[in-house]
Write a new protein. Structure first.
Length: 514
């Protein structure tokens, strides 16, 4: 709570900030290792063709239905963290990715800890999206090391993905508050990964319970510069167990391109991260079972509007939705339908497998401001999961409120709906200890990613935002008393025709062979 309170936004804190963006010192978009061998990923990987709403809202499967090989890994990496747009920026090029990122800074790196699968030898790899390749950091099967670090399911999974944060890449713009973005940005990548996995028939489980120091050492991360955020165990039960002989984990001396000419330090980020670390396998096991049922008491409000019933899923294939997705930069102040809003809420609130959540539990509550929804009066609302309804907290018709709460940005006054994903931090920290802060922020990121994808799936747009913390709580109170906003997402009709991104690795292959 010390970190959270210290990094809250208010009109006073924003007005007093002397921070400015030094564009000459902007961090590099890509982490690149020097002198290490790399493995090119196949360019003709499969695409997720399931109807997008079904893939986004499906609960994770307990069992994979196919043999997993390197083409499946390429599919999952591209549609969660691959490059989808290339544009000229000054004298160079700028790339956009499959999942959103705060400030389009992309601080999250992806690593692969793999057993031997068809097309790829066992090893520890870094995913390089620019070259669409895997850089080999370690040779051999290190899945038992993941077991030692608190991820036993990794032993029988073909591979596990690790999401890490290069802290300075986001702190350059957002300073100490950027620690929150570690979990938002990895969460939206995880949402893409879950949907793509569902489409491919591959079971994927997300884990926040691991021994931090062992994962960081395995991946060769630099202390107080980068850290492991989350794991995704892919295809559990679809591989031979890792050899019982543990590979020694030697320290890695790796040469990596510098992010910037110079970096600023934000000690409070590392204090918060270190205060929430787990130190042993037994501690990870007990942490996963600590969350008690929330026993939420939902204050009755009137009127309540039941979500519209599900219809036949006619949404576009998931690959088309991911390629089209981008943070909307202008909303047209046009209404969206209550049918579409219902679809977005259902898809974003379904049970998501996170290792710290019991079935049908969640740390995150959905509040929102409806500025213009056909069939729903303007006002503020709470999604009542038990009744499957949106309950009106207060009527109002002033669009400026949603924009004000999102730091006075007119984009969020123009949005048809602005979601505020909130949690009771006191409950989360009491149940899960300091790591409960990570858990709440990460779950919010995953659910925000689902809002993004489902909004584009129904033909509208979305954009994430930060906010005035206490003002948002106050606005939704007394219902939201004691809750804190984790992330905000505006949705609505874009004020322009968005162009689809492309599968850039395949475009590169065509250029090379033509």
């Amino acid at each position: 709570m010390i970190y959270h309170e210290a990094t809250k936004h208010s009109e006073v804190s924003i007005g007093a900030s002397a921070h400015y963006l030094d564009w000459d010192n902007k961090p590099s978009q890509f982490k690149e290792y020097e002198g290490l061998p790399s493995v090119a990923l196949p360019r003709n990987f499969p695409h997720p063709k399931q109807r997008s709403i079904g893939a986004i809202s499906s609960e994770p499967s307990n069992k994979s239905v196919k043999q997993i090989e390197v083409g499946d890994l390429a599919e999952l990496l591209f549609f969660s963290a691959g490059l989808t747009r290339k544009m000229r920026f000054g004298k160079g090029f700028y790339y956009m990715r499959a999942a959103s990122a705060t400030g389009a800074l992309y601080p999250i790196e992806t690593y692969v800890i793999s057993g031997r699968i068809p097309g790829l030898e066992a090893g520890v790899y870094h995913f390089n999206p620019l070259h669409f390749s895997l850089v080999k950091l370690r040779e051999g099967d290190y899945r038992c090391t993941l077991d030692d670090a608190g991820s036993p399911d990794s032993q029988s999974a073909p591979f596990t993905l690790a999401f890490t944060s290069l802290a300075w890449r986001n702190a350059w713009k957002y300073e100490a508050r950027s620690y929150r973005h570690w979990f938002w940005d990895s969460g939206v990548i995880a949402a893409n990964l879950l949907a793509t996995s569902n489409s491919a028939g591959i079971a994927t489980k997300l884990e926040l319970g691991f021994v931090d120091s062992e994962l960081d050492q395995l991946l060769g991360l630099k202390p107080k510069k980068e850290a492991t955020v989350a794991l995704a165990v892919v295809g559990g039960g679809r591989a031979e167990d890792a050899p019982r002989m543990r590979q020694p984990v030697q320290s890695l001396a790796l040469d990596v391109n510098p992010l910037s000419r110079e970096e600023a330090d934000y000690p409070i980020i590392w204090e918060a991260n270190e205060a929430s670390e787990l130190e042993s396998k037994s501690e990870t096991e007990s942490w996963r079972t600590r969350l008690e049922p929330s026993k939420r008491t939902v204050r009755p409000t009137t009127p309540a509007f039941p979500l519209r019933g599900t219809k036949k899923d006619t949404s576009p294939p998931l690959d088309e939705v991911i390629l089209l997705r981008g943070s909307t930069r202008k909303f047209a102040r046009q209404p969206i339908s209550f049918d579409n809003l219902s679809t977005i809420i259902r898809a974003s609130t379904t049970n998501t497998f996170l290792d710290f959540l019991p079935d049908n539990e969640a740390l995150i509550d959905f509040y929102f401001i409806a500025n213009d929804v056909q069939g729903l009066p303007t006002g503020s609302y709470f999604y009542n999961h038990d009744k499957n309804s949106v309950d009106q907290l207060k009527p109002h018709g002033n669009r400026s409120v949603s924009g004000y709460l999102c730091l006075g940005q007119s984009l969020f006054s123009d949005a048809s709906v602005v979601f505020f994903l909130m949690t009771n931090l006191t409950f989360a920290l009491k149940s899960l200890g300091n790591r409960g802060y990570r858990a709440a922020q990460f779950e919010a990121g995953v659910r925000a990613g689902k809002i993004y994808l489902s909004s584009y799936a129904v033909g509208i747009g979305a954009s994430g935002s930060t906010f005035f913390d206490d003002a948002a709580t106050e606005f939704f109170s007394p219902h939201a008393k004691g809750k804190s906003p984790m992330i905000a997402v505006g949705v609505g009709v874009p004020g322009y025709k968005a162009r689809s991104g492309r599968v850039l690795p395949q475009m590169t292959m065509k250029a090379q062979t033509s």
